[in-house]
Design a protein around this ligand. Sequence first.
Ligand SMILES: Nc1ncnc2c1ncn2[C@@H]1O[C@H](COP(=O)(O)OP(=O)(O)OP(=O)(O)O)[C@@H](O)[C@H]1O
Ligand SMILES: [Mg+2]
Length: 312
Amino acid sequence: MNIVEVRGLTKIYDGRKVVDDVCFEIKKGEIFGLLGPNGAGKTTTVSMLSCLIYPTSGDAVIEGKSIVKESMEVKKRIGVVPQEIALYPTLSAKENLIFWGEMYGLAGKKLNEKVDEVLQIVGLTERSKDAIKKYSGGMKRRINIAVGLLPSPELLMLDEPTVGVDPQSRTNILETLKELNKNGLTILYTSHYMEEVEFLCNRVAIMDAGKIIALGTKNELRLLVGERDSLKIATIDTVPEDFKEIIKKVPGVSEIQIMDKSIEILTLHGREILTKILELLADKNIKVKSIEVKEPNLESVFLHLTGKELRD
Ligand SMILES: Nc1ncnc2c1ncn2[C@@H]1O[C@H](COP(=O)(O)OP(=O)(O)OP(=O)(O)O)[C@@H](O)[C@H]1O
Ligand SMILES: [Mg+2]
C-alpha cells in the first residue's frame, strides 16, 4: 500500500523549475531515500509534501489526503524534521518539546507522557532539563527529530537530519531511525550523503536540478551503472586535467572524473586495467598515494547519470 503518491509535483521560482514534474510513491513501512546534491530541490519537495509551501502545479496524496486540497488533514498525519533547527536556545529541551507538543494539540498528561517518550527514543532523557544552547550540534538534531515524533505520525519526513553532526551522533541518529522503522514508522529520508541512504533506505530516488533522474531499489540503481567497478586512485601530485584524454584511450574505461589529486574511473575490468593506469601515471611522474577498487554504489550511479560528483 502506498502511503505517499506524488504526481507531477512542480515548483517554479522566478521562472525556474526548481522542482520539475516529480513523481514517486512511498510504500507503507519502507524507508524511502531522496538523494541529491545541494540545490537539487529536496527541501522544496519536502516543504511541499509537508504543506509549508504550495506547489505551482501537480499534487501529492499522503495517507489518502491531497496536499493541495486537504493540507490541514495532511499536517495532522505527518511528522516533519526540517533542515533548519527550530528550537528556542534559552529553553530546556523538555520545554521546547512541551511548546511544540502544544502546537500539535497535545495537553496535560498525554503531552507529558509523549514528551518523555520521544526524549527516551532519541536518548536525551538525562539531559532534558538543560537549555538547548548548551547542547552539541548532534544533540540539537536529535531533539529536532524528537519534535517530529511528537504527533505520533505514521510517516516521518526528515530533511538532511545529520548535517553538521559528529560521526557518533550520526550513527546514533541512523540507528534510531532504523529502530523506529522496525516498529512500523514509514520514513522519507532526504540526504546528500550516499552512505546514509545506502545504509538506511529500501528504495531511493535520485534528484538533480529539480528532476528525479533515477528511482528504484539500491540494486536496481546499481544495475544502471552495469556491472562496472569504480576505481579510485588518490595521488600525491596534482593530476593534470588533460590526463583524462590519455586514460580515455585505455580499453574498458567508460567514465573518468579527475579532481586535483584523485582520479575516479568507471570500468568493466577494475583490477585488469589498474596496471595500465599505474604505468601511465608513472610515465607522467605522478606519485600514487592509495588505490581503491569498489563495486558500484549510489555515488557511482550519480556520477554515471550526471557526470558529476554527489558531494559539495
Ligand atoms: N524561496 C525561494 N525563492 C527562490 N528560489 C528558491 C527558494 N527556495 C529554494 N530556491 C531555489 O530552489 C533550488 C532548490 O533548492 P532546495 O533548497 O530545494 O535544494 P536542496 O536540494 O534542499 O539543497 P540543499 O542540499 O542545499 O539543502 C535552489 O536553486 C534554490 O536556490
Ligand atoms: Mg535542502
